[in-house]
Design a protein around this ligand. Structure first.
Ligand SMILES: CC(C)(COP(=O)(O)OP(=O)(O)OC[C@H]1O[C@@H](n2cnc3c(N)ncnc32)[C@H](O)[C@@H]1OP(=O)(O)O)[C@@H](O)C(=O)NCCC(=O)NCCS
Length: 236
């Protein structure tokens, strides 16, 4: 996630906002190419945030955000989807059930600044229970400092997190989400993006490589190594 949010992924021209679908962007709706589910991709709505947070906690259980809990995470995704630098797409199948999501940001640093300005107090209150946990405070501070560690060497824009429910993996949902993400970055004139992922997440690493991400380096995040991949959004 949101690396910013741990070893599995951190965390312009404003794109289509709440309620818009890919049709509204002029892009054709994307359907899975194989498997029994046929996900469609649309922007996350506020009402999807709880499900997105649940998918994140289950799919990336070791990151900081997952440790902060699904309720906190739902707030983070709502704030991210609202902020100018960020966007979240969901893949849905029958009955508009959310089976996956991807979150992107044009600049992690700018997103942090804006979100903290707007929601800092409520996030602070929600995280108050960790005030006596030196470990959690260290992790939160490390997360907030991480953009400074990588910004000179890697693109500002980032795929923060992607998760597909286990039953929808291998269905093409993850590819459809990535296509939507790249089209959105392209629409925002972003030429290159990065993603951070723990080297132990073999399936995620294979997924990024399969889609042309290039291993550009490694950093240590929260005491764990993280691979940094980059990808040109091309004509997206
Ligand atoms: C990462 C993720 C979104 C990819 O979605 P997916 O539907 O699994 O992706 P795909 O099936 O299209 O691609 C995965 C590729 O990994 C490889 N793969 C499949 N199973 C694997 C396994 N058990 N171990 C290693 N590689 C595997 C294959 O090469 C596969 O591609 P192919 O079969 O089409 O050639 C999904 O696996 C997921 O939600 N994982 C948990 C959360 C996570 O790790 N997120 C990334 C960190 S931000």
């Amino acid at each position: 996630m949101i690396q910013a949010m741990g070893p599995a992924g951190t965390f312009g021209v404003p794109g289509p906002r709440d309620g818009a679908t890919m049709e509204a962007t002029g892009e054709p709706p994307t359907a899975a190419r194989r498997g029994s589910v046929e996900p469609r991709v649309r922007l996350m709505r506020p009402g999807d945030a709880d499900e997105v947070a649940r998918l994140h906690v289950e799919g990336i259980p070791t990151g900081l955000l997952a440790e902060l809990g699904a309720k906190f995470l739902a707030r983070v995704y709502r704030a991210l989807a609202e902020c100018e630098e960020g966007f979240v797409f969901v893949a849905t199948c029958a009955g508009d059930r959310v089976v996956g999501f991807v979150a992107g940001v044009t600049s992690v640093r700018a997103m942090y600044k804006r979100v903290l300005q707007k929601h800092g107090l409520s996030f602070g209150l929600a995280a108050l229970k960790y005030v006596f946990s030196a470990r959690m405070i260290r992790r939160i501070l490390n997360t907030l400092r991480y953009p400074a560690k990588v910004e000179s060497q890697y693109p500002d824009a980032e795929l923060l997190s992607i998760v597909v429910a286990p039953e929808a993996r291998g269905s093409g949902a993850a590819t459809a989400l990535l296509e939507a993400l790249l089209a959105e970055f392209h629409a925002r004139s972003v030429g290159e993006i990065k993603v951070m992922v723990g080297p132990d997440l073999e399936r995620a690493n294979a997924y990024y490589r399969k889609h042309g991400f290039r291993l550009a380096g490694q950093i240590t995040s929260h005491g764990h190594p993280a691979n940094i991949y980059t990808l040109a959004t091309k004509s997206a």
